[in-house]
Design a protein around this ligand. Structure first.
Ligand code: MIC
Ligand code: SF4
Length: 647
């Protein structure tokens, strides 16, 4: 039996356990990336591991999230990151150089390699044929220290592409179609592997748009083959030597095959407040638009920007539309400047933002109250834009451009009626390349002192697992609670290195009283317990969604189902993730109920069932735990750092 591309790469990297679907394996990580918002904690944890240099082939520390710099915190954190990079042999990508995923694709991604990133959109690297996975910062720190990354050996779903995209339809519409088919839940433990004759019609950045947003389906990663198109892209980046051809075997065995005919796809959008709420744009025609944002790691490539620039040539943004653009990287900005794209955007009234995450994470450009905001980014969770009452729609660059012109949601194909032709944008045969905003380890001379501003605190450590967890259901939430609901980013993100302060914002968008109530329960010597619905912990890799609850004395999360990265983060920080055996038991619990979970250690050691006692209701219910032996030992030790010390 032939092999899938995913298997081929994973089998070359497995260093612990053997490949059995659904079972945990440890893989060797070739490359890592961090960004500043997750990076400070990751490097504090890395420092605690007392390793003299990173042990990967390549590690890069990007600064792209916290670049607003109101107050000293961000700038101090950047300095810390720069000094850590210099000390431990890490490439430092300075603020202004661009969004980690876009820059990594351009300058460092290599087909066939493994990449672990402390950001959930790391699978962008799958566009160039890598196994690129998002994880919590602590897992990335372990990989930098030479340790394996543990994942459940995945099921592989083939997405067989046929046909060719029509004019005005683009890669964003493909991934929105994938989201329509697979939704944002129920895909944990799977990889999407793209294949079929349609693949060759998509450029590397288009493939990267598709793999980037696979994260919204909750898959471990997504991957495209490495073919002639990949070779051309690498050649244009001056990196042809990094190319290897990689495809699945003809007779590879997939767990499921889904065919998508690219020719059938129409312009789509994800409506508020989930990337899984898919509609056809033509069905929403006429809704007035207040803001349009072009950029983010999903859609900020040269092609995306040149397409919009050409559509908008000679146009001015509708008077009711605030039009924001954030090119994905310095390279994109330089190349669109060279090829006269920037001037068109500028003349169309675009507000040119820094090459960074910016609006995507609500770090700037929050829209007005009740605004309709069309964004080319990947997430439209409630409040993520920084304005809770805003309605964010996720769209392609083409649909964004159409709304800039008309001031309402517009099927981009209708622009032809206004005499606007679909622009043809060719990928450059050679990009203008300038690596001057990287600081490479070889350029660092002399002894390096680590800079620690007052914003940097020691990472709090977890306690060893208790035998009996006894306390209150501090919060009960519904389905699809994302890490943006658990701990907001945006303007609060500057406290990422200061866990006590950041914890004050836990569940802010859902219930701002959570912090004070949790503090009171903790003071009474009781444990805090979170009850969640389906797909708890969707979205980002931010380990603060586990670290801050841990700091506040949360000892267990009981949910109907949990998403991969958040589940791993909970274990890393010593919080036991439990799943209702019978989903109906969720209905029998209320916020404020007193729960007792006895004999946990014994249960974990002997694989016995765990029964939760609801003391308030006088009832019992059974919960399940899906933990490998390693994960049990991590929990028993009180989290990954304690476990590693013990080893
Ligand atoms: C996001 O898009 O939600 C983020 C901000 O990039 C996060 C990382 C973070 O919270 O720092 C992610 O995707 O992992
Ligand atoms: Fe940055 Fe947004 Fe991409 Fe997250 S999704 S890495 S915030 S651009």
């Amino acid at each position: 039996m032939g092999k899938t591309l995913t298997e081929k790469i994973l089998l070359k990297h497995i260093i612990e356990e053997s490949p059995e679907k659904g079972k945990e394996v440890g893989i060797k990580i070739d490359q890592t990336l961090t960004q500043d918002a997750t990076g400070t904690m990751a490097y504090l944890q890395f420092e605690a591991m007392k390793v003299s240099k990173v042990k990967t082939e390549l590690s890069v520390s990007y600064v792209d999230h916290n670049t607003v710099q109101i107050g000293f915190e961000n700038a101090d954190d950047h300095k810390y990151l720069q000094s850590v990079a210099a000390k431990y042999g890490i490439i430092y990508s300075r603020a202004g150089n661009g969004i980690c995923h876009q820059v990594h694709l351009e300058r460092f991604g290599k087909p066939g390699k493994t990449l672990l990133g402390s950001d959930s959109h790391t699978p962008t690297g799958g566009g160039i044929g890598m196994i690129a996975i998002g994880a919590g910062g602590l897992d990335v720190a372990v990989a930098m220290a030479g340790g394996p990354f543990y994942l459940s050996y995945p099921k592989v779903i083939k997405i067989h592409l046929t046909g060719k995209l029509e004019k005005w339809v683009s890669a964003k519409d493909v991934i929105l179609k994938v989201l329509e088919i697979f939704s944002t839940k129920g895909n944990v433990g799977c990889v999407f592997e793209y294949g079929g004759p349609g693949v060759k019609t998509l450029s590397v950045p288009e493939r990267a748009t598709i793999t980037n947003m696979g994260a919204e389906c909750g898959v471990t990663t997504s991957i495209f083959p490495s073919d002639e198109v990949t070779k051309e892209f690498l050649k244009a980046q001056g990196r042809e030597k990094d190319w290897v051809e990689l495809t699945a075997d003809e007779n590879a065995n997939y767990d499921r095959v889904v065919e998508i005919n690219l020719s059938d796809i129409e312009p789509l959008t994800a409506t508020p407040h989930s990337p899984g709420n898919i509609s056809k744009i033509k069905d929403l025609k006429g809704i007035k638009v207040d803001q349009v944002c072009l950029g983010s790691c999903t859609n900020s490539s040269y092609k995306d920007f040149m397409t919009v620039a050409k559509i908008l040539k000679g146009q001015v943004a509708h008077p009711n539309v605030s039009f924001v653009v954030a090119p994905g990287s310095k390279q994109v900005l330089e190349n669109i400047t060279k090829d006269d794209g920037l001037i068109n955007l500028f003349s169309a009234g675009a507000r040119i933002a820094e090459s960074a995450c910016g609006f995507c994470i609500g770090n700037s450009q929050s829209p007005k109250n009740e605004a309709v905001s069309l964004r080319t980014s990947n997430r439209n969770f409630l409040g993520r834009s920084g304005t809770k009452s805003a309605n964010v729609y996720l769209v392609s660059p083409e649909a964004a451009a159409a709304a800039v012109i008309t001031g309402e949601i517009t099927d981009p194909r209708d622009l032809e009626k206004k005499g606007i032709k679909y622009p043809k944008v060719e990928m450059p045969a050679k990009f203008h390349i300038d690596d001057s905003m990287f600081i490479f380890p070889k350029d660092v001379k002399g002894k390096v002192e680590i800079y620690r501003g007052p914003n940097i605190g020691d990472p709090p450590s977890a306690d060893p697992l208790k035998d009996t967890i006894s306390g209150e259901v501090t919060i009960k939430v519904g389905d699809k609670i994302t890490t943006d609901h658990i701990i907001p980013a945006g303007s609060k993100m500057k406290y990422r290195s200061n866990v006590p302060k950041y914890s004050e914002f836990l569940f802010e968008v859902v219930d701002p009283t959570f912090h004070d109530r949790a503090e009171k329960i903790k003071q009474m010597g009781k444990d805090n317990i979170i009850v969640g619905g389906l797909s708890y912990g969707q979205g980002s890799s931010r380990e603060h969604a586990a670290l801050c609850p841990m700091y506040m004395g949360v000892k267990a999360v009981i949910a109907k189902s949990l998403e991969r990265i958040h589940n791993a983060n909970l274990i890393n920080f010593g919080i036991i993730p439990l799943i209702f055996k019978n989903e109906k038991d969720y209905d029998g619990i209320d916020q404020g109920d007193n729960l007792e979970i006895p004999n946990i250690k014994k249960a974990l050691k002997n694989n016995e069932k765990i029964v939760v006692i609801n003391k308030t209701k006088g009832s019992n219910f059974e919960v399940e735990y899906k933990l490998s032996d390693r994960q049990k030992n991590v929990l028993l030790a009180g989290g990954t750092l304690a476990y590693m010390k013990g080893k």
